[in-house]
Design a binder for this molecule. Structure first.
Ligand code: GLU
Length: 304
């Protein structure tokens, strides 16, 4: 079977160097296995994601030489597909509507918190009767949650090794669709990776903890999950995480000071693929790529 990797960027700002690193690693991983790369614009949040950022993103990827072989429709155009999946999960009594506000959840007695700081949903709306739900539907649009089992979901990440999470204890019933009708990343990413036949997912280690939720969705939807490789994050020189909001090391700035080959060379060196920061193209790195060379610690990046 042909390997299919993907870029799944969120156009909520100009790409920063960390986003470029993820795209480069995803591209090299797929290409070094003789595979192809798909581009999917993850613009679910239509307030933060703009067509201008999408256009710049495509231009930046092409400028970097990270050409994609296929493209999937952007997520903001796919609500009907996500709604059909949500409806199926609701029919199967796996998803349910929830009317609790964030404040109510935070203030629920002794609400335990997940490692990312969010209060674990105490399940208040899980067992509402049909008439209770009907009365609430009249008053307010709900958000939708997935009922998670008290089960540890385990998998082996290609780069970080074994990882597991007890969904009920450590995450709780998670959101599939917001009350304003915007579908959640967890649902959309799984629906789209299944639809495209993605066989490998390469992305920042900040998404490692989302993977058990996504694997559970694959199981419910009866689909074979891809293989996952999570990668270290790039940080600013002082160890701070790069952010689009701070316009840290973003391509608008970097393109004024560096050529694409210089940036690719710096990232390839940081990834352990070449011995010095020699300028090089993404194509030239394909035969040099190996997951064994890529570090596991976050990489502080000092561009001078
Ligand atoms: N759209 C996500 C982001 O830009 C990446 C999603 C993924 O790779 O699964 O952070």
């Amino acid at each position: 079977m042909m390997e299919l990797g993907r870029f799944a960027p969120t156009p909520s700002g100009r790409m920063h160097l960390g986003n470029v690193f993820s795209a480069l690693m995803a591209w090299l991983s797929a290409k070094s296995m003789g595979g192809e790369v798909l581009l999917r614009i993850e613009d679910l949040d239509t307030v933060r994601c703009t067509p201008q950022h999408t256009a710049l993103l495509r231009d930046d990827l092409n400028w970097l030489g990270l050409h994609w072989d296929r493209e999937q429709p952007c997520q903001s155009s796919q609500s009907a597909r996500y709604a059909a999946i949500l409806d199926e999960l609701w029919q199967r009594e796996l998803a349910y509507p929830c009317w609790c506000s964030r404040a109510e959840i935070e203030h629920a007695a002794n609400a335990p918190h997940a490692s990312d700081g969010h209060a674990i949903y105490p399940g208040t709306c899980r067992a509402l009767s049909e008439s209770e739900r009907a009365a609430r539907f009249e008053k307010k649009a709900p958000l939708w949650r997935l009922r998670v089992p008290d089960e540890t979901i385990s998998f082996t990440d290609g780069h970080f090794g074994p990882y597991s999470e007890d969904l009920a204890a450590e995450c709780g019933d998670f959101i599939l669709c917001r009350a304003d009708g915007i579908f959640a990343y967890q649902l959309a990413v799984v629906a789209d990776d299944i639809a495209a036949g993605v066989t490998q997912v390469v992305r920042g280690r900040d998404l490692l903890s989302s993977t058990p939720r996504q694997l559970y969705l694959y199981r419910l939807l009866g689909a074979e999950p891809p293989r996952y490789w999570h990668i270290p994050l790039l940080t600013a020189a002082d160890g701070r995480r790069l952010s689009k909001r701070d316009r840290d090391l973003d391509l608008g700035l970097l393109r004024q000071h560096y050529t694409a080959a210089q940036l690719i060379g710096k990232l390839a060196h940081a990834a352990g693929l070449i011995d010095s920061e020699e300028p090089c193209t993404a194509d030239e790195l394909i035969p040099l790529f190996s997951w064994d060379k890529v570090p596991r610690e976050d990489i502080a990046f000092d561009l001078k």
